[in-house]
Ligand binder design. Structure first.
Ligand SMILES: [Zn+2]
Length: 242
């Protein structure tokens, strides 16, 4: 019931937000009505399937670097209280080149408030190959502007990750895939996001994004593998097969 009310409010509030990287709607600038979503979003967060840690502080890092360890770039840990994240949505930029700064420009030109994604992973054109750029939305723990499917739930509670590239024409680079797996594994572990909530944009709505050459099922499987390996390293009993 509460979810239904929230959903309805959300639809009303955000019906105007167009978002994402749809390549087909370039003709229409979204009529920007970026009404502050903070009014609605935190009011009644849906029941979570997992218990949130009391803070975003990860447990003390063992002396190895894994997805679940604390050894990640400082910017991955936001300086403010974490938002209630349920999904991770993977996109491509639908362009052969780009960077967080460039996509920010493109998004503003389309009427967005700023870069719609939380993270951008470069392909060596305008940022490093596999470089993970952290968008201001992540630092502020702000709702996304990357996927307006359904009742806007993926924008409100979905972490948007964009890989630079047009994956209908080219493959993601090996470095991009490695970075994506590392980032997704970290986010899943930190925010208690289940594998089935890691989705390609095209799994949430009718869109070609993130392109035919970015295999999201493969990414899910690589992430699961990475997390399992991290667990083994952290738990000697598991490692010994006990
Ligand atoms: Zn997309």
């Amino acid at each position: 019931m509460i979810r239904k009310i929230v959903a309805t409010l959300t639809i009303l509030t955000f019906a105007m937000i167009l978002a994402g990287c749809q390549s087909t709607d370039t003709g229409a600038l979204p009529p920007l009505r970026l009404v502050s979503p903070v009014v609605v979003a935190p009011a009644a967060p849906p029941v979570r399937r997992y218990t949130m840690a009391p803070s975003s502080t990860p447990k003390p890092a063992p002396n190895h670097t894994t997805a679940s360890a604390g050894q990640v770039p400082a910017g991955w840990k936001p300086p403010v209280a974490p938002r209630q994240w349920t999904w991770i949505i993977i996109h491509h930029s639908d362009s052969l080149f780009g960077s967080a700064a460039l996509i920010d420009k493109w998004h503003r030109a389309r009427g967005f408030d700023e870069l719609g994604y939380h993270f951008v992973i470069g392909n060596g054109t305008n940022s490093g190959d596999g470089q993970i750029e952290i968008g201001p939305r992540w630092t502020q723990q702000k709702w996304g502007a990357h996927d307006n499917a359904l009742d806007n739930r993926y924008n409100l509670q979905g972490i948007g990750i964009c890989l630079v590239g047009d994956f209908d024409k080219q493959h993601p680079t090996a470095a991009q895939k490695r970075s994506l797996v590392k980032l997704v594994a970290y986010l899943m572990r930190t925010y208690h996001i289940a594998p089935k909530y890691v989705l390609g944009h095209g799994e949430t709505k009718q869109t070609e994004c993130p392109g035919r050459y970015l295999n999201v099922a493969e990414i899910r499987s690589l992430v699961a593998q990475s997390l399992a390996e991290a667990d083994q390293q952290e738990d000697p009993a598991v490692a010994e097969g006990k």
